[in-house]
Ligand binder design. Structure first.
Ligand code: FAD
Ligand code: 2HG
Ligand code: ZN
Length: 466
């Protein structure tokens, strides 16, 4: 149970937001207090729902004055426990929901940019872009709930990173509010600006520990009229890695290269009640190409070079736009949903240089055998990014220690796109030296000297049980 807000802070917050946007009743707070996976939960003293940047500034000023900890929350689809209250904390804590910051500006077709509120969803960003004949460069399955602020704060990735990079690369301007209520940043949208550290880059991946992001100026990309999707089954993961080089070199229209390993394919097939349209393999790769001219022949030409025992291709299914493509894509898009339907997962989101993927999957399987759990592996092949989900994990900390140590030894990262949150804190030491951790801590205290913004997140002392 969290301590109540002091009467002074409560009265001040009510004066800024009004009673409908200061939620203290347990029933109203409940949905903000548990994460999407149901693994991370805690209680807060109140949920605050500002609708403007000025309100965010006022709210943060009040929290700083009364020493109230603040957990920024967007769509609450984060997978590392960073957007919900901790089970244990000292002093009052509020969740600051940014969903009310939902202004969507006009698409600037000349600059190929748009300014959006932090609470705008990825789907709304994409729909606005498409209505203007262009597109959003980032996409993933949580698109209807995940927000722009959350995507920047986690430096989210998704399926189009091979073509356009992570969220960090999409932000050409940012507005944010510091814990003392100062509004910082610029929304001018200058793709080139070299005047010291680049604020959008500083805040990308900061997970709500430096400032609350309120608006962003985002890059847009061409909307292609032709899309083709292929699902390829292969006889080994090594063959999938080998295929990656060929498709990257041979396909200028390459939009995504996603990986599904058999444990994940079996689970999602059962969840969808449909078998995949290709023969069984030891690895499945979903390739998407998009272009202004039909890329089908290019894709088929590259795939034909992989036929035969050397290429390791077992079977291929190809589809263009329409219901059959949507159905094919569900085998990748709905894996996370299928996992959640089967239980409360323990998730590791890691990346290694692509050649190290087969060895890593073996270690991940070994961890399941040794410490208990059913491994559901899939991910983003081009970035060597594996999502290792463990259902009924016996000893999550031991699984993490084994897998993350191997990841670090292979030159990889303990978080590719989901962030550190409270889930990965104890393993930061594997990929950041003490000098680097000291610089991170100094930077954090420069922004937030009394440690009120998202305490416990991105911290080497947080733990899985937090
Ligand atoms: P939240 O979950 O609310 O918050 C995430 C973190 O950002 C927290 O630390 C929070 O404090 C901070 N934060 C949120 N808003 C702000 C703000 N305005 N200012 C400062 N800090 C803030 N992620 C990927 O990268 N790639 C994927 O392919 C992907 N697929 C997913 C599929 C599903 C089905 C689900 C449920 C999740 C998936 N995710 C994926 C994870 C998640 O959607 C992303 O991390 C997303 O960026 C989180 O956005 P959010 O608005 O839900 O943020
Ligand atoms: C994806 O790539 C997401 O689908 C979610 O990053 C990964 O559920 C997961 O582990
Ligand atoms: Zn992912």
């Amino acid at each position: 149970m969290q301590p109540d807000l002091s009467s002074g802070s409560y009265t001040d917050l009510l004066a800024v937001l009004g009673p409908d946007d200061v939620l203290v009743d347990q029933d109203l707070r409940a949905g903000y207090e548990v994460d999407w996976t149901r693994r991370y939960t805690g209680t807060c003293s109140a949920v605050l729902r500002p609708r403007t940047t000025a309100q965010v500034a006022e709210v943060l000023r009040i929290c700083a004055t009364h020493q109230v900890a603040v957990i920024p929350q967007g769509g609450n689809t984060g997978l590392v426990g960073g957007s919900v209250p901790r089970a244990h904390s000292h002093g009052p804590v509020v969740v600051l929901s940014t969903r009310g910051l939902s202004d969507l500006g006009p698409v600037d077709s000349d600059a190929m940019q748009v300014t959006v509120g932090a609470g705008v969803t990825l789907a709304a960003w994409r729909n606005a872009a498409r209505a203007a004949g262009v597109d959003a460069p980032l996409d993933f399955a949580a698109r209807d709930s995940a927000t722009i602020g959350g995507a920047i704060a986690t430096n989210a990735g998704g399926s189009r990173v091979v073509r356009y990079g992570t969220m960090r690369s999409q932000v050409v301007g940012i507005e944010a509010v510091t814990i003392t209520g100062e509004i910082v940043g610029s929304l001018a949208g200058l793709p080139k600006e070299t005047v010291g550290p680049h604020l959008p880059s500083v805040l990308a991946g900061s997970e709500g520990t430096l400032a609350v992001i309120t608006r962003a100026r985002l890059r847009l990309v061409p909307r292609f009229s032709h899309t083709i999707t292929a699902l390829v089954s292969l006889d080994s993961l090594a063959a999938a890695v080998q295929m990656l080089g060929r498709v990257r070199a041979g396909l200028g229209s390459l939009d995504s290269v996603e990986l599904i390993l058999p444990g994940a394919m079996e689970l999602v097939s059962a969840h969808l009640g449909r078998r995949p349209p290709v023969a069984k393999g030891s690895a499945y790769v979903m390739i998407e190409c998009a272009d202004h001219v039909d890329p089908t022949d290019d894709l088929l030409a590259v795939l034909s070079t992989l036929d035969g025992p050397e290429g390791g291709v077992v079977d291929t299914a190809v589809t263009t736009e329409g219901p059959s493509r949507d159905q094919l894509m569900e085998f990748r898009d709905r894996i996370t949903e299928a996992i959640n339907a089967a239980g409360v997962p323990y998730k590791l989101d890691v990346a290694v240089p692509v050649a190290g993927l087969p060895a890593l999957v073996e270690i991940a399987e070994q961890a399941a055998v040794t410490y208990g759990g059913r491994l559901i592996p899939f991910g983003h092949l081009a970035e060597g990014n594996l999502h290792l989900n463990y259902l009924e994990a016996g000893d999550p900390a031991a699984i993490a220690e084994l897998v993350l140590t191997a990841v670090a030894a292979a030159g990889g990262t303990i978080s590719a796109e989901h962030g550190v949150g409270v889930a990965k804190g104890p393993w930061l030491r594997l990929v950041r030296s003490s000098a680097e951790l000291a610089v991170m801590a100094a930077m954090r205290s420069a922004w937030d000297p009394t440690g009120l913004l998202n305490p416990g997140v991105l911290s080497p002392v947080s733990s899985v049980a937090d």
